[in-house]
Design a protein around this ligand. Structure first.
Ligand SMILES: C[S@@+](CC[C@H](N)C(=O)[O-])C[C@H]1O[C@@H](n2cnc3c(N)ncnc32)[C@H](O)[C@@H]1O
Length: 229
């Protein structure tokens, strides 16, 4: 993954498909040129428009800026996003996988309103107003996927992720799990929470990477893994 060179010169290089590095920032090729989703900065490069992906508002952007290695998305990728919120991160994945699909699951009505609005201008986002504990409720709306992003910030998030991975993840597919230590156990140190989660995943998942998201997200970790079939 691209890292900034300490040359004082603004480095512009392609990180992977439809993601460009601009100095210390990362941007995604805007699927809806001229449109901002959450007030992000727009940058012109090579005759195209990129949306700066705010690492303080998106854990995937934070992970990329902190050196994430496994991010093999393509234009055609299909992603299941659990805990889509109001679509900040989903919108950037929609830029990247501009010919793919993002199944965005959210179970609170307030962020769902924003997500529905977002999906009107972006045909590759399928908003799903459901509880991620119940993949059977949206299996008719969702196909097999290449990636699952789980950011539900719930104590039982590993169970939620496992059920969804067993239902929808294609063989060899990749999961990105955001762990917010305080949502799991406030009585333990974040490091203890992270090591407990990694230990619980062993046997079921093959861990590819784990990245602490400080300073962008305090006491969070992004875990990249594959389901062991
Ligand atoms: C940390 S926020 C997500 C932020 C979002 N991923 C982003 O980067 O823009 C967690 C979201 O998960 C949603 N959530 C929590 N439990 C859920 C569940 N069981 N099913 C679906 N969504 C859930 C919450 O409503 C909240 O919007």
């Amino acid at each position: 993954m691209g890292r900034e060179k300490n040359s004082g010169k603004r480095e512009e290089k392609m990180i992977s498909v439809n993601i460009q590095q601009f100095g210390t920032d990362v941007g995604t090729l805007n699927l809806v040129p001229g449109n901002k989703v959450y007030g992000e900065r727009l940058v012109k490069h090579g005759g195209q428009e990129y949306r700066i992906w705010d690492a303080y508002r998106s854990k995937i952007s934070a992970a990329i800026k902190l050196g994430l290695k496994k991010f093999p998305l393509s234009e055609n990728s299909r992603i299941l996003y659990l805990g889509a919120g109001n679509g900040t991160s989903v919108s950037h994945l929609s830029d990247i996988c501009n010919r793919g699909l993002i199944f965005a699951v959210e179970n609170f009505s307030r962020p769902m309103v924003d997500l529905l609005r977002l999906s009107k201008s972006r045909q590759n986002i399928i908003p799903i107003f459901e509880d991620a504990h119940k993949p059977q409720h949206y299996s008719s709306l969702t196909s097999e996927v290449d990636f699952i992003v789980a950011d539900v910030a719930q104590r039982d998030q590993l169970d939620i992720l496992t059920k969804n991975a067993e239902t929808f993840l294609k063989k060899g597919g990749i999961i990105y799990l955001s762990v917010k230590a305080r949502s799991i156990d406030v009585t333990l140190t974040p490091d203890k929470v992270f090591s407990n989660i990694l230990a619980q995943m062993a046997g079921k998942f093959n861990i590819l990477e784990s990245i602490k998201l400080d300073p962008y997200e305090k006491d969070h970790m992004c875990i990249v893994a594959q389901l062991i079939i």
